[in-house]
Write a protein that binds this ligand. Structure first.
Ligand SMILES: *Cc1c(COP(=O)(O)O)cnc(C)c1O
Length: 453
């Protein structure tokens, strides 16, 4: 605005400024008040730790609603959401077709504890879309899916040890809450209080992308290893794609030694294309696959599946027990089926990949121009701005990133209307609802953030 002469403030404009100041202050306090209340009634104020903003400091955001790529916070701000419920909201928030499907289903009853026709359709759908997936069982979370896969692997092989990779997350069942010890290949140390040494004594930990560590493990203890579990594209230390030959190598080592290969595709599945990563990109058939996030369409729904001969070992066909009151409930299945239907119809994958790489290239370029060490790694619409100049190939590389710089970038972006993961060690997600304009706005906000670091 250009003023010809110095404007004389009128009483009304003073009133407006006063009203605005008061309103801004109440707005800022809203999240703090909510967080204070939350901390009294919920441990740490949150129902999942990362939401507490411990990775970046400050008061966590509370969300009232979402629509497409946007979320509205309790203090009335509109943010562009790149978290998308950790990838679950691949079609964006409150997609009208999914909302309608869920509402229609809710009117007909949400759970019975009795078999329903739709859960059969859901299982058939997954089986038809994922090669090597002969049967699936629905569960309510990725944690449960992995817990079942691990029990199944131990049950069918009669062996104890599960080998996982440092930095891969497989939910919070006891056996998976393990971190590496001091050596390169170690028996895991529990990464949580309350997990007994016994519960992790049978979990081995190797660095991600380190096939020779896996070979050494099998050379030493091959006859005791029930399974190797891996996120084909690691997504829980920030995004780290597999090195050439890593997944094929895991497939051949496990086959050779009679161990099962479990691909945990809870993030990967139906995210990078209309099937699993192992089928579409790695060209391998794992023995067991776990799915979650995307396939639940924003409701609690996950699945474990695989070869028929293994899946038959689950109760009631076989001796390996697994159950769930809400497993395959019609409400979640309605959201899941509708999500798969829309993904198949709209095939948004190429567009999401394009936007994701434009964003990642933009971020890395801007950072280089400003002399700030940020390298944005991305794969098919999933991205992590790593605060380092070096490529990140495993957890040790990720841990070498500057979390202090990440916190500054996070808050700079948040101030400018962009919500990314409140932790360096997470992924961000382009959804089908994001547009090229959203990417431009993100890059503008990022450039501004760099100027004001
Ligand atoms: C999110 C995630 C899980 C756990 O799923 P929940 O639904 O949170 O229990 C397991 N494995 C991977 C790879 C995940 O990303």
């Amino acid at each position: 605005m250009v003023y010809g002469r110095r404007a004389r403030p009128k009483l009304t404009s003073i009133r407006i400024i006063f009203w605005y100041t008061v309103r801004m202050e109440t707005k800022d306090m809203k999240h703090e008040e909510l967080f204070k209340r939350a901390k009294k009634a919920i441990p740490g104020g949150v129902n999942s730790p990362v939401r507490a903003f411990n990775g970046v400091g400050g008061t966590p955001v509370f969300v009232e609603s979402g629509k497409g790529a946007r979320i509205r916070t309790a203090d009335g701000r509109e943010l562009t959401d790149w978290c998308c419920s950790w990838g679950a909201m691949i079609l964006g928030h409150a997609h009208p077709e999914i909302s309608r499907a869920v509402a229609a289903r809710a009117k007909l009853g949400t759970t019975f504890g009795i078999a329903t026709p739709d859960e059969v359709s859901f299982a058939e759908r997954l089986v038809s879309l994922v090669p090597g997936l002969d049967m699936v069982r629905a569960v309510s979370s990725g944690t449960e899916a992995v817990m079942t896969a691990v029990r199944l692997a131990r049950g069918v092989t009669g062996r104890r040890i599960v080998l996982k990779f440092d930095g891969c997350y497989h939910g919070h069942s006891d056996a998976m809450l393990v971190k590496s010890g001091s050596g390169v290949l170690t028996m895991g140390a529990s990464s949580s209080a309350g997990v007994t040494r016994g519960a992790v004594a049978d979990t081995l930990v190797a660095p991600y992308n380190d096939l020779s560590a896996v070979e050494r493990a099998f050379a030493k203890r091959g006859e005791e290893i029930a399974a190797v579990i891996v996120e084909p594209v690691a997504g829980n230390m920030g995004i780290v794609p597999p090195a050439d030959g890593f997944l094929k190598g895991l497939r051949s080592i496990t086959s050779k030694h009679g161990a099962l290969l479990i691909c945990d595709e809870v993030i990967n599945g139906f995210r990078f294309g209309f099937s699993t990563y192992s089928a579409l990109y790695a060209g391998i058939t794992p023995d067991l696959v776990t799915l979650g996030k995307v396939i639940g369409g924003g409701l609690p729904l996950a699945a474990v599946g695989g070869r028929r001969k293994w899946m038959h070992e689950l109760a009631p066909d076989g001796p390996i027990y697994q159950a769930g009151t809400l497993s395959g409930n019609p409400l979640a299945v309605a959201a899941g089926l509708k999500t798969l239907e829309i993904l198949e119809r709209d095939m948004p994958y190429a567009r999401m990949a394009e936007l994701g790489s434009a964003l990642a290239v933009g971020v890395s370029t801007l950072a280089a121009e400003h002399g700030v060490p940020v390298t944005c790694q991305s794969f098919n619409g999933v991205f992590t701005p790593f605060c380092t100049d070096l490529p990140v190939q495993d957890l040790a590389d990720a841990k070498a990133c500057s979390t202090a710089l990440y916190a500054k970038i996070f808050h700079g972006l948040l101030k400018r209307g962009q919500y990314i993961a409140p932790s360096q060690f997470e992924c961000n997600f382009v959804s089908a609802a994001h547009t090229a304009r959203d990417v431009d706005r993100f890059l503008d906000a990022f450039a501004q953030t760099l100027v004001h670091l």
